[in-house]
Design a protein around this ligand. Structure first.
Ligand code: UD1
Length: 387
């Protein structure tokens, strides 16, 4: 039986360790803030690129928003991220509680470290909380993955994106739609740099290792599923419908479904039996290498994640996104992504279309080339406050 548990055998990679503790006024002092799973693959290449600049000193702060070993620790080990210098250990809570706990924990660090720049990543609560602290203390902020917009303010991440971009001094965008969105919101072009997609740097670097980590009993064809957005899994009527549709799909093609902690709780709340079978393999959240390996061989991916829309586009694997909108439109216009919304009939139809060989033509968006972190490092080192 194929099982998937948190990897314990990975030794910490040495290449990215020691991120430079040279913290003195002669150097540009940079604090990185990470907190949740999707931050880690974005921070790893930037830490490595800046480590090559002798004029930079770095400190890594983990807010502790994600704290389970398989949501955090395993990513640090596999991605070669050094131990965080500080961990705020905020844990779970309501949005207000979590954001407030991060702000309260991060403020004294900024006051003590007096960084020249704080780097925040993506759109999670840790991102906006750190940006708010810095804005009030007049410490410059750079936002990596700036400018993305779903235009759906019911998503907590959209609020985090809008607020963070308004506050950030340097906005580093992964795609040109990000530049357009920022311009529309009145943000000066002098604050914006199009650097490309830094998450793809991690993918490019680790793809060979991921492909050597595949389980022996992988079926020749399978659908890989992830689902965790509150709009999907906190809605019990929809969640039931979704699970039923996945069950139906599993009769046509095996399904592998690593279950996010939020989703696991919601399925338990429903009190329904949704269990692991030979055709419906439910697993714990997987490590980066395990999950990337599974993506490369998947017949298709069904997901509501942001990052997976991008990874599947790079890999050329069909992705069916269970959302009404996306903040990553380039994955549709250029990539393999198809939005099926919350329409489960449409999801079933699109799955069958792919099974019959119907794949959309796709390509790779500009500057998703594995070198975004180098461009980010150059933008940071050359950055000067507006006079
Ligand atoms: C967060 C991000 C989301 C990102 C996702 C990736 C925000 C607003 N959302 O959503 O953008 O796509 O992470 O996973 O920042 N939990 C655990 N163990 C953990 C972490 C969480 O059991 O290590 C549980 C919590 O108790 C909570 C649930 O999972 O009940 C959700 O965690 P939370 O951090 O609130 O948000 P995510 O849904 O993970």
């Amino acid at each position: 039986m194929w099982t998937a548990v948190v990897l314990s055998s990975h030794s910490r990679e040495t290449g990215g360790a020691d991120h430079g503790h040279c913290w003195d006024a002669k150097r540009m002092r940079i604090v990185h803030v990470v907190g949740a799973r999707p931050n880690f693959m974005k921070a790893a290449p930037v830490l490595r690129a800046l480590q090559r600049s002798p004029e930079v000193g770095q400190v890594l702060v983990h807010t502790g928003q994600h704290y389970d070993a398989n949501m955090s620790e395993v990513f640090f080990a596999e991605l070669g991220i050094p131990e965080p210098d500080l961990n705020l250990q905020v844990g779970s809570g309501s949005h207000a509680q979590q954001t407030a706990a991060i702000m309260t924990g991060f403020e004294p660090i900024v006051l003590e470290k007096r960084p020249d720049m704080v780097l925040v990543y993506g759109d999670v609560n840790s991102t906006v909380a750190a940006a708010l602290v810095c804005a009030k203390l007049l410490v410059p902020v750079a936002h990596i993955e700036a400018g993305l917009r779903s235009f759906d303010r019911t998503m907590p991440e959209e609020i985090n994106r809008i607020v963070t971009d308004q506050l950030a001094d340097l906005l580093l965008t992964p795609s040109l739609d990000g530049n357009e969105n920022l311009a529309r919101e009145g943000i000066s072009e002098h604050r914006i740099r199009f650097v490309g997609n830094v998450m793809i740097d991690t993918l490019v670097r680790l793809l060979p290792r991921a492909q050597s980590k595949l389980p022996d009993d992988l079926p020749p064809r399978y659908v890989l599923v992830t689902m965790h957005r509150p709009a999907n899994v906190d809605d019990s009527i929809f969640l039931r419908e979704l699970l039923q549709t996945l069950d139906e799909i599993s009769h046509e093609i095996p399904v592998i479904f690593p279950v996010h902690p939020r989703t696991r709780q919601r399925i338990a709340d429903l009190g329904i039996s949704f269990s692991c079978t030979a055709r419906m393999r439910l697993t714990e959240p997987l490590s980066y290498l395990q999950f990337l390996g599974l993506q490369t061989r998947a017949t298709m991916v069904i997901s509501d994640s942001g990052g997976i829309q991008e990874e599947t586009t790079y890999l050329g694997v069909p992705c069916l996104t269970v959302r009404e909108n996306t903040e990553r439109p380039v994955t549709i216009t250029v990539g393999t992504n198809v939005l099926v919304g919350r329409n489960m009939v449409r999801l079933g139809d699109e799955v069958r279309k792919i099974l019959k060989g119907g794949r959309k033509a796709s390509g790779i968006p500009p500057l998703w080339d594995g070198h975004a972190a180098e461009r980010i490092a150059a933008a940071l080192v050359n950055w000067r406050p507006a006079s």
